[in-house]
Design a protein around this ligand. Structure first.
Ligand code: S3P
Length: 170
């Protein structure tokens, strides 16, 4: 397969776990932009945000995207904020081998899934639900620009994986 399956979507929509299952099932290598950023920086995401701030994190995110753009036949999980920069869209749309899949979920679902999470710096605030709603409102339209959009609120991971495989029609 020539295509790269690129998973996009808000935090807590299941990109990482769906990416892992897709990669196993289709026997394709998996790249996770957050992991690649951590390797590059030699630090965890919370530490990068803490020590250098979000702007620097976003620069690393764009660098990592540039590095993986030439790959073929792999699954790529991206961080939830990858949709924010036009530059990232230019990279993601720069060749026809990228198949962009947005995993969506309602803010209530995201809140439930991430309630005790400490690994997302943007949600370490007094009212995480309010923050999720605010970010979701700003980003929703951007996620909808993907080639396919799947609402995951009522789906188990396996069902999401099956739907993706179905739509990609390998
Ligand atoms: C972010 C999402 C995170 C990570 C960072 C910022 C965002 O990735 O890249 O904390 O801005 O939505 P996940 O979507 O994998 O949680």
């Amino acid at each position: 397969m020539n295509k790269n399956l690129v998973l996009m979507g808000f935090m807590g929509t299941g990109k990482t776990v769906v990416g892992e299952r897709l990669s196993k099932k289709l026997e394709l290598p998996l790249y996770d932009t957050d992991n690649l950023i951590e390797q590059k920086a030699g630090k965890s995401i919370p530490n990068i945000f803490d020590e250098y701030g979000e702007v620097y994190f976003r620069e690393l995110e764009t660098e990592v995207l540039k590095e993986i753009i030439s790959f073929r036949g792999c699954v790529i999980s991206t961080g939830g904020g990858v949709v924010l920069k036009d530059k990232n869209w230019d990279i993601l749309k720069s060749n026809e081998n990228m198949f962009l899949i947005s995993l969506m979920a309602k803010p209530e679902t995201i809140y439930e899934r991430l309630e005790n999470d400490t690994a997302r710096p943007l949600l370490q605030v007094e009212d995480p639900y309010e923050k999720i709603c605010e970010l979701f409102d700003k980003r929703k339209e951007l996620y909808l620009r993907a080639d396919i959009v799947l609402w995951t609120d009522d789906l188990a991971v396996e069902e999401i994986v099956e739907k993706v495989i179905d739509k990609v029609s390998l």
